[in-house]
Design a protein around this ligand. Structure first.
Ligand code: HEC
Ligand code: HEC
Ligand code: HEC
Ligand code: HEC
Ligand code: HEC
Ligand code: HEC
Length: 220
């Protein structure tokens, strides 16, 4: 569209082949007045995220006022300074989540790697340990993501919230739920991964294992 309009304009103005040529070239390069800044905006706090104007204006056809200034001001970094732009807020339909809701655009709790640059680095390094209802069940990100190649959105945040300890606050975080295909049981069903009614000791390290992991001297 842009291309044709420029051509027509050039032709009407001078009908000179020189202008036609330069206008055609200009229309093919990125026009910051029409599409916004060409260089992607990169936020680095707390994680590294990439935002491209190009994708939103030139490719998806959004106008400037679909984001400016109600959702974002025209000042890179301003929104980060508020500290309010979190994944939880996006899931509630704020910030990027006002469109990335699975409706207008892909949902914020899917395709993590589209927005994030270094997801492996932000996955918790240590072992997650639950002590309720029984002591102690362990979960390791590194084995699941790096060794077994699972993507973050196979668990977050439909199956598990991105918050250590959240699951054990739920009354149904039990073996029965696992057998019913919830929580770890969506995979630990004997098909995607070993079944939840086998290899108890892979997940359960018990009181002794817990003390060892925590560096405690032992029970009283
Ligand atoms: C899908 C949302 C969206 C659309 C559409 C959009 N922008 Fe932006 N724009 C942003 C975001 C996000 C930022 C960064 C704000 C921040 O970091 O606080 C930004 C920042 C900017 C900045 C500041 C850049 C800098 O380096 O400080 C300018 C200028 C800008 N936009 C212009 C435009 C123009 C012009 C359009 C329309 C052609 C447009 N934007 C369309 C989301 C959008
Ligand atoms: C639509 C873009 C988008 C998608 C999709 C997305 N994120 Fe984010 N994420 C952000 C933005 C923006 C921030 C806040 C700015 C920053 O961290 O630099 C953020 C922040 C985070 C944080 C920091 C803590 C927090 O909760 O805010 C984590 C962890 C995170 N994302 C993980 C994920 C995971 C895992 C997925 C996939 C399930 C995902 N993100 C999908 C844009 C996205
Ligand atoms: C006004 C609506 C709107 C807002 C706000 C918005 N997006 Fe988008 N975004 C879209 C649409 C529409 C698409 C294209 C359709 C799709 O990919 O689902 C898109 C596509 C994308 C893509 C895919 C790029 C690719 O690989 O093709 C990324 C990444 C992305 N947006 C990141 C963000 C981030 C980060 C934010 C917040 C800073 C944001 N978006 C805010 C509407 C929006
Ligand atoms: C196989 C499932 C699974 C996968 C895959 C997975 N996680 Fe998690 N993640 C969990 C569980 C379980 C928790 C703890 C939730 C709880 O205690 O309720 C968690 C917690 C988190 C937390 C919160 C840590 C804290 O200290 O509060 C972050 C951040 C996180 N995950 C990021 C990621 C990222 C980034 C990826 C991809 C690289 C990823 N996760 C992949 C299951 C997974
Ligand atoms: C998205 C799928 C998925 C979810 C959800 C999941 N796992 Fe796994 N898990 C796997 C796969 C795949 C393997 C590797 C195949 C196998 O060992 O059967 C694995 C392996 C393991 C292992 C063996 C690790 C080793 O050292 O080899 C343990 C322990 C484990 N998972 C615990 C858990 C716990 C606890 C949960 C719930 C908090 C959980 N997993 C949730 C897919 C998953
Ligand atoms: C895939 C990991 C996994 C495997 C395998 C597993 N469990 Fe569990 N188990 C859990 C999780 C997660 C919980 C809930 C968190 C907690 O109690 O700390 C739990 C809780 C329990 C509980 C207390 C709550 C309830 O459901 O009654 C018992 C008892 C239990 N497991 C016994 C077993 C036995 C016996 C086996 C082997 C036949 C086994 N578990 C195998 C992950 C596992």
């Amino acid at each position: 569209m842009m291309h044709n309009r420029n051509k027509l304009f050039g032709a009407m103005l001078l009908a000179g082949s020189f202008f036609l040529t330069t206008n055609s070239i200009a229309a093919e390069t990125y026009d910051e007045d029409t599409y916004g800044p060409e260089t992607p905006i990169v936020w680095e706090n707390p994680t590294k995220v990439n935002f491209s104007h190009k994708v939103h204006t030139m490719d998806a056809g959004l106008s400037c006022d679909s984001c400016h200034d109600e959702l974002f001001t025209m000042e890179s970094g301003a929104i980060l300074a508020t500290g309010e732009m979190t994944m939880a807020a996006m899931t509630e339909g704020k910030f990027c989540g006002s469109c990335h809701d699975g409706n207008t655009a892909f949902a914020s709790n899917t395709q993590c790697v589209s927005c994030h640059i270094n997801l492996q680095e932000i996955a918790p390094e240590g072992t997650i340990v639950w002590t309720k209802p029984v002591k102690a069940v362990i979960f390791d990100h590194k084995t699941h993501t790096e060794d077994y190649g699972l993507s973050c959105d196979s668990c977050h945040d439909d199956v598990f919230a991105m918050q250590k300890g959240a699951a054990e606050k739920a009354a149904d975080f039990t073996m029965q739920s696992l057998y019913d295909g919830k929580y770890c049981g969506i995979c630990h069903d004997g098909s995607t991964a070993f079944a939840s009614d086998t290899r108890c000791n892979s997940c359960h390290i018990g009181l002794k294992g817990y003390n060892r992991l925590m560096g405690n001297k032992g029970d009283h």
